[in-house]
Design a protein around this ligand. Structure first.
Ligand code: NAP
Length: 304
């Protein structure tokens, strides 16, 4: 029996139709261990047979009511405005979801003494001298990063019990919604399509199930503060893509190197980034998969 099976508590998860949210719900849909309320903005849940509420978390009154009615011990906020380039032009929308909604969640959490677990990003850093520890100085390059940093600051002054998990380049199997990076690479190469991948963005990609593991540890040990959650290996996106091609035995000559500058995206990206996970390993017993182990797990579930 896992320790989590002994805990009887109530967990409210936001963004449950998203990539991470689906996996968090999947993990906690364990018989008997807790009561769960999943929330996302769409009319229907993509996961069957869960206690689901359609709620836009930027609606202050609605989200407060949802929190007060359900009265969770823990809130896991996986909802976010995650389109990095669109955040440059849709600033108000990005700010509403990534900052204002976090303030509303924190306000409600504080009122009922719930613990808020929030997900942040390495995009709060400029990528000049990564990888970063938890106490490195943020300096976001783009608007998305600014909203994520502002969400952290909102929690700091909120007065609620909170944990911030900073992560980078999530990959893993979520049955519904947009494909993750691995699925996109595998499908593109499988279909014989050439892909252009940056050689100058370095970080430690995070297997989603490792982030779920970290969330469950925070829940078990009731830890507050900031934790970096990333993968075991630091490498360029290009080298990550080669590893994926090798593992799935696909044609790696279709992978063409390109620089971030040449891609000419709207938002600037941190280049030398990544997150040092020593604190999580020491304090939470966090043990991330290697990329090879993670790809092996994904292979079992991947449907193209
Ligand atoms: N993916 C990465 O590589 C990465 C890296 C670092 C940090 N993170 C952070 O990790 C967290 C999870 O990311 P993810 O990749 O799982 O994101 P995702 O797949 O985009 O999921 C976010 C979910 O939140 C929902 N949502 C958006 N606005 C909402 C609102 N107003 N009310 C309720 N739900 C709303 C989205 O619905 P719609 O799709 O309909 O908008 C989506 O289902 C986010 O905080 C993100 O910033 C992600």
């Amino acid at each position: 029996m896992y320790f989590r099976d002994l805990i009887k508590n109530r967990i409210l998860i936001t963004g449950t139709n998203g990539m991470l949210g689906q996996r968090v719900v999947d993990f906690y849909t364990h018989p008997g261990n807790l009561e769960l309320l999943s929330i996302s903005v769409e009319e229907k849940s993509v996961i069957d047979s869960v206690n689901y509420l359609q709620c836009d978390i930027t609606d202050r009154e609605k989200i407060k009511k949802a929190v007060y009615d359900f009265c969770p011990d823990f809130i896991v906020n996986t909802a976010a405005y995650t389109n990095v380039d669109k955040s440059e032009t849709e600033r108000e929308a990005a700010w509403k979801v990534n900052v204002k909604a976090v303030e509303y969640l924190a306000e409600a959490a504080r009122a009922i003494d719930a613990h808020l677990i929030h997900i942040s990003s390495d995009y709060i850093f400029d990528g000049n001298n990564g990888p970063y520890s938890e106490n490195a100085t943020p300096n976001p390059l783009g608007y998305y990063g600014r909203t994520k940093l502002a969400s952290e600051n909102a929690l700091r002054i909120s007065g609620c019990g909170y944990t911030i998990l900073r992560t980078n380049v999530l990959y893993g199997t979520a049955p519904e919604g947009r494909p993750d990076f691995v699925k996109w690479v595998v499908k593109s190469l499988f279909d014989g399509n050439e892909i252009r991948i940056v050689t100058d963005q370095i970080n430690n990609p995070t297997f989603i199930d490792d982030l779920v593991q970290a969330i469950s540890k925070i829940n078990e040990f009731n830890k507050t503060g900031i934790y970096n959650i990333g993968g075991r290996e630091f490498l360029s996106r290009f080298d990550f893509t080669l590893k994926i091609a090798d593992y799935f035995e696909l044609d790696n000559t279709l992978i063409k190197p390109i620089t971030t500058n040449e891609l000419n995206q709207l938002a600037r990206r941190p280049l030398k980034s990544g997150l040092i996970t020593l604190k999580a390993e020491t304090e939470l017993g966090y043990k991330p998969h290697t990329i090879k182990e993670a790809l092996a797990e994904m292979k079992r579930e991947l449907v193209l």
